[in-house]
Design a protein around this ligand. Structure first.
Ligand code: DON
Length: 565
């Protein structure tokens, strides 16, 4: 396997830190992209966050402890997407065989209403669903972490310590983070009512130290008061006051009443392995199940990676699944979704009956099936020596979410309201369209594409996978799984080789840069409209090898880093 070590930058600052005893120093570090280890691995969007998780594994914690520490550290070192002001999903396989999912997706505030992003003539006001205070759903991350605590071994105080230290003492930012912070300066000034630490007069550059005192204080309140340290008291007051200054609508009672939910996972067999993934309100699990089952029915494993034949089949599968997503999927607590039918063999067979190999289908002809009954996010994986596995995707939706930093609390709020369908047929920022199933209603969860997934072989963790990328999340997880399971690819290539994406509307096949030019031409000859685009997702994989060792692969598309021991 190709080893790829990316050295981000080196900058020594004479500071003592708990990190100086471990492998990674927050003022001087690099990302390892591929590792092979025996006892435990963490792979996330940032090496310092991965390292926070590894510290917990080394100190006797399990994969759940490590996941909580990693997630909290991501909120500090990866403000673009890591967060405590957003939401997410966690999929867990415990070594005792139990599979669990935790849903801490944001909810629509109590004062929200169906047409809140339409003007008096019924035109969509996407600026309001995507930017600023009104774009935020009620954050779920902290409630989600405390819901996970019953599966953890170490005290919460220990799990949050690395995040507090990184916020208080600072860390050196990467070149990518410097670029993004510079890019969003105008938005931070425009949408935050109190100037946040991200704003400064000179340009950020790689190696600059980012210290976040307000965030450190918020994290300390959570350390000392548990979930109440976020949803009540001082932090709640700061959130509500921020809302009042910016004409947002999140209230004290929205915060106090927010509940994370443990839900039954989606579980299904694929080629003799068992896939454990996220149910609604993520569309990811249902669509992944549809895609993999259609792939098996249509003999994908007889085809090869990145050939016109395999892409033709996979694009037509993706087209049909995304048409269903737009029509049928939404928060199951608010809308009756025909889940059983959508993943049944008979339905999926019927959906592919119009597929003509070698020919591009059309989204004009292919609508949702007939049912008789009614770019910001981040993913990480942890696997411990006992076989506990955790796969987590969390989001504030767009880059730096709503760009509102809660005044004096130091964290960004999400712009997740845009994941609702603001009006039937009007595309959101990822081009996804929806209807009644995903209309806005108070306290409802907006539909997601996040697809944290664990594939078991012989009932033991085999592949842990997930990625950010909006609607491309599901197709990237699908492609990573079939690249390994159908095309026999190693995890390094399954993560890093170019991906493609089709989502029904628009009727375009997106090819990631680096895609084979010949294959592109042949797809055009079949009748596909092709559009080249930049990076698709940032996929993280941990795979268990036949000898029991673990290979962790961090995506080369970002600063992502894998650690282990
Ligand atoms: O939940 C969802 O599907 C979206 N909010 C995810 C957004 C995302 O992945 C952006 N990252 N690149």
């Amino acid at each position: 396997m190709k080893k790829n070590y990316i050295f981000i930058f080196l900058l020594m600052v004479g500071t003592t830190s708990a990190y100086s005893q471990s492998e990674i120093n927050p003022f001087n570090y690099h990302s390892k992209k591929d590792i092979n280890v025996k006892n435990g691995a963490v792979v996330s969007a940032h090496p310092l966050a991965s390292e926070a998780g590894l510290r917990m594994l080394r100190e006797g914690g399990n994969a759940i402890d490590a996941a909580i520490a990693t997630q909290l550290a991501l909120a500090v070192v990866f403000p673009e997407a890591g967060n405590i002001g957003g939401g997410g999903f966690t999929v867990i396989h415990l070594s005792n065989g139990k599979n669990i999912t935790i849903d801490y997706r944001e909810t629509a505030p109590g004062k929200s209403f169906r047409d809140m992003y339409l003007d008096s003539a019924g035109n969509p006001l996407l600026n309001l669903s995507q930017n600023g205070h009104l774009a935020s759903g009620v954050p779920g991350v902290i409630a989600g972490l405390f819901k996970c605590m019953k599966y953890a071994k170490l005290p919460f105080k220990k799990l949050i310590a690395p995040a507090i230290e990184l916020a208080e003492k600072g860390f050196a930012i990467t070149e990518n983070e410097a670029y993004e912070l510079n890019h969003y300066q105008g938005d931070f000034k425009k949408y935050s009512s109190v100037t946040p630490v991200f704003v400064r007069d000179t340009k950020w550059k790689a190696g600059d130290i980012l210290v976040q005192k307000d965030l450190a204080n918020t994290l300390k309140r959570i350390r000392d008061n548990g979930r109440k340290g976020f949803y009540e008291g001082e932090t709640a007051r700061l959130i509500v006051e921020e809302m009042q200054r910016g004409h947002g609508i999140i209230s004290y009672s929205d915060l106090k009443n927010y509940q994370a939910k443990e839900r039954a996972p989606i579980e299904f067999n694929y080629k003799g392995a068992k896939v454990i993934t996220m149910p609604l309100p993520s569309s990811g699990g249902i669509i992944l199940e549809q895609m993999l089952k259609m792939s098996e029915m249509n003999h994908l494993s007889k085809m090869k990676f990145e050939t016109p034949q395999s892409i033709n089949l996979m694009v037509e599968i993706e087209r049909r699944c995304y048409a269903d997503r737009g029509k049928y999927l939404g928060d199951p607590d608010f809308y009756k979704v025909p889940v059983k039918t959508l993943v049944s063999d008979a339905y999926l067979k019927e959906r592919m009956s119009t597929f003509i190999p070698g020919k591009a289908g059309s989204s004009k002809d292919i609508k949702e099936g007939i049912i008789p009954e009614s770019e910001q996010t981040t993913h990480f994986n942890v696997l411990d020596k006992d076989g506990n596995a955790v796969s987590v995707t969390t989001t504030i939706n767009g880059g730096y979410g709503s760009r509102v930093v809660v005044g004096h609390a130091g964290f960004l709020l999400n712009n997740e309201m845009d994941d609702f369908s603001v009006k039937p047929g009007v595309p959101n920022m990822f081009g996804a369209v929806g209807q009644e199933a995903n209309a806005i209603a108070p306290h409802k969860r907006m539909l997601s594409s996040m697809t944290p997934t664990i594939v078991l072989r012989n009932n033991k963790p085999w592949i842990l996978v997930g990625t950010p990328g909006g609607t491309t999340i599901i197709t990237s997880v699908y492609q990573t799984i079939v690249d390994i399971m159908d095309f026999g690819m190693d995890p390094h290539d399954a993560v890093n080789k170019p991906k493609f994406h089709h989502q029904w509307l628009p009727d375009v096949v997106y090819l990631e840069k680096g895609f084979d030019e010949n294959v592109k031409n042949q797809l055009e000859e079949m009748g596909y409209k092709i559009q080249m685009r930049g990076a698709i997702g940032r996929t993280e994989v941990i795979m268990v090898n036949k000898d029991g060792s673990m290979t962790a692969v961090a995506d080369h598309r970002g600063d992502d880093g894998a650690v282990g021991y």
